[in-house]
Design a protein around this ligand. Sequence first.
Ligand code: NDP
Ligand code: GDR
Length: 325
Amino acid sequence: MKKAFITGITGQDGSYLAEFLLNKGYQVYGLTRRTSTQNFARISHLIHNPKLELISGDLIDQNSLTFALKETQPDEIYNLAAQSFVQASWEQPVLTGEFTALGVIRVLEAMRLACPQAKFYQASSSEMFGKVRETPQNENTPFYPRSPYGVAKVYGHWITVNYRESYDLFAVSGLLFNHESPRRGLEFVTRKIANAVARIKLGKQQYVELGNLESKRDWGYAKDYVKAMWLMLQQDQPEDFVIATGETHSVKEFLSIACEIADLGDWQKVFKHNPKFDRPAEVDVLIGDASKAKKKLNWQPSVSFKELVALMVNAEIAEEKQRKE
Ligand code: NDP
Ligand code: GDR
């Protein structure tokens, strides 16, 4: 039985990845940090599974990571934990650096000491391409991050490459473009729109306040993307991969289709601009070229943009119908 260790198991991707690995028969260990109120909502359906064990630790605490890996001796390590909200990275730049950048080297150091034979996955991001140097972006496109988050992810990416080359570790970096789902945090634009549209439809809210509607993203479905992470660790050679749909759509398009799906009519009737959600420096347009993943991992996305919007809006309508105000 293979053993996997996931940091960030309580997050969107961690919860889908845990499900995916448990279905494959893995023993899964998940790192969780101590909070005064438990935040296991995304994994509540999994926590009684005997093949899942939660281990207490934090990316900022080196000993907790080394201890967790010494105890569990995993075959595969997925480093998904991070301060992952771009906007918050301007408000908490130092914390973002601690978690999202230095957190990576702490996990790598723990692995080097406790289980150097394991395979390591780093959750890198299309935000590293930022002010893009070429279109579409592939594994060789130079980075130009536009936020403290993007800068921190560049560190995480290069330290993963460096540990692979310095210590001959099986360490890979997945350059994943935006991926969404009903489990996305409410602060991210897709879930925020899907939720607001559902609430407007049900008469609980009148409009949605957003920032820049012109920015464009390559949006895929999170469940497809966690499979790509696993595939990267099943290869014989450690290599980095871009994972993306190859399509780009604006925030405005997302909003407009969401309104259509919820039968709200013209999106302009429910939209208000709030400069609070504009960013000090924006990433205008991202579009990924995942042809290497298609060729070597036999990976491709299974959900189209329109299906993704529908899936998210319908999930929010069902959820909001149940929720008591
Ligand atoms: P989420 O924000 O949903 O989850 C982040 C996870 O990290 C949570 O489990 C959180 O725990 C945990 N975490 C945060 N700080 C610490 C810490 N100091 N110690 C231990 N755990 C911590 O992110 P996603 O699931 O969306 O993304 C997963 C990873 O992939 C992240 O690294 C993100 O930056 C990266 N990424 C995401 C993309 C996307 O589109 N979703 C695209 C490209 C990269 P808690 O629940 O306690 O807060
Ligand atoms: P992103 O996702 O920054 O791409 O990072 P987010 O959904 O936060 O923003 C996408 C785009 O929408 C614009 N926008 C708004 N964004 C938010 N959150 N709230 C708003 O009200 C709003 N209005 C407009 C933003 O300006 C931006 O252009 C996500 C995260 O998951 C990262 O961790 C990950 O690395 C990248 O995707 C790939």
